[in-house]
Design a protein around this ligand. Structure first.
Ligand code: PEP
Ligand code: MN
Length: 370
């Protein structure tokens, strides 16, 4: 089922005629000099017409740099006056909105740690009622498409129709090469449900390190994302926040030039579908491994308990019940009996092996099953 939102196309407000449009600037505004120098260089890149910069930074622990605050908004005004770039800042509460509007910020964005909270979304959409300003909404930290959609709906209902979604990756329990797992199937599903919603990819916060940026940016274009948000800094290694993922304006320009812009729609649709299915498989496999690990941890706990209470490892009756029960539910959900029997046997053998290991370790003997 499609969701109908009243949204203006991205090119009616992003002011970037070259594809892909790129929003760039430092993770955080640090000093007036750093902001101005970065902006000057970025303004020479035709794809970049919007200057992003964090003024209030959500930090994991107190005592870290929490952003320069309102003072930085003045620097953004100078950026516009001197370079013509529009400004974009993250807002997380009504006070931020008030200060940003007072200082004529052009575009607001909602950070991933704020999108997770429907109370915050309600409150921020409330203060923006009747204000005509573009808003970009980052995906929530957790992979919950409905939370993201809910945030977009709340702002749209408050009358914001220059709206875009920003895909910045998701928290994932397992290790991935990325700081935030891209889970491409989520923005793809967002596009399927709300086809007129512009989706901008933020490779910086997906990757967490600059070497991975190009691959993710290219993939975003291959999946028909509408633009990119990439962090840049005049001296990335010494940035006060997110130093590993920022690039110099020069490297950003090289990156943009290296991207291949494709236009064969048919193929892209096919790749999009395939990509969606493959990422789903990757996620499920990671879950399978996680679940098997958890099962073996429980087996170890049972093994230790049995040993402490002098109970035999193999309890035939219990095993027969397990096989019967798992076959019944597995066959009912469409799996073959043969496959289920093989799978159960492998898992059972490994479980017995682990418990025997525990017995041997306690008795100082070698496992006779090995
Ligand atoms: C940022 O854009 O600097 C930021 C804090 O991003 P996110 O909300 O995606 O973590
Ligand atoms: Mn950042």
């Amino acid at each position: 089922m499609r969701i109908q939102l009243d949204i203006k196309p991205l090119d009616s407000w992003l002011e970037i005629k070259k594809f892909p449009p790129v929003i760039s600037g430092p993770c955080s505004a640090e000093t007036e000099e750093q902001v101005m120098q970065t902006a000057m260089k970025l303004s020479k890149i035709p794809n970049v017409r919007i200057f992003r910069s964090g003024i209030w930074k959500p930090r994991t622990r107190p005592g870290m740099f929490q952003g320069i605050g309102e003072e930085g908004l003045k620097w953004l005004k100078s950026v516009r006056e001197e370079t013509g770039l529009l400004s974009a800042v993250e807002v997380a509460n009504p006070k931020h909105v008030e200060a940003a509007l007072k200082n004529e910020v052009d575009i607001l964005w909602i950070g991933a740690r704020t999108t997770v909270n429907p109370f915050s979304m309600e409150e921020l959409a409330g203060v923006l009622k009747g204000v005509d300003i573009p808003v970009m909404i980052k995906n929530p930290v957790n992979p919950d498409l409905n939370l993201w959609i809910g945030a977009l709906e709340r702002f749209n209902q408050a009358g914001i129709n220059r709206l875009a979604a920003v895909h910045r990756g998701f928290y994932f329990f397992d290790k991935t090469p990325y700081r935030n797992a891209p889970m491409w199937e989520i923005p793809i599903e967002l596009k399927r449900l709300i086809p007129n919603m512009p989706v901008i990819c933020d490779p910086s916060h997906i990757c967490g390190e600059r070497e991975l940026l190009k691959g993710v940016a290219q993939k975003a274009l291959d999946l028909e994302m509408d633009g990119l948000m990439i962090e840049s800094h005049i001296d990335p290694d010494h940035a006060w926040t997110d130093p590993e993922q920022q690039v110099t304006p020069e490297d950003l320009e090289k990156l943009i030039h290296s991207l291949v812009v494709r236009d064969q729609k048919g193929n892209i649709d096919f790749e999009t579908k395939l990509e969606g299915l493959r990422t789903e498989i990757d996620k499920i496999d990671a879950e399978l491994i996680h679940i098997l690990t958890r099962r073996m941890e429980l087996i170890d706990e049972i093994g230790t308990y049995k040993l402490d209470h002098n109970i035999t490892i193999l309890q035939l009756k219990r095993w027969q019940n397990i096989v019967q029960d798992r076959l019944k539910s597995g066959i009912a959900s469409g799996l073959k009996k043969d496959f289920l029997l093989k799978l159960l046997e492998i898992v059972h053998n490994e479980s017995i092996q682990r418990q025997t290991d525990i017995y041997s370790r306690r008795n100082g003997k070698k496992n006779p099953l090995k």
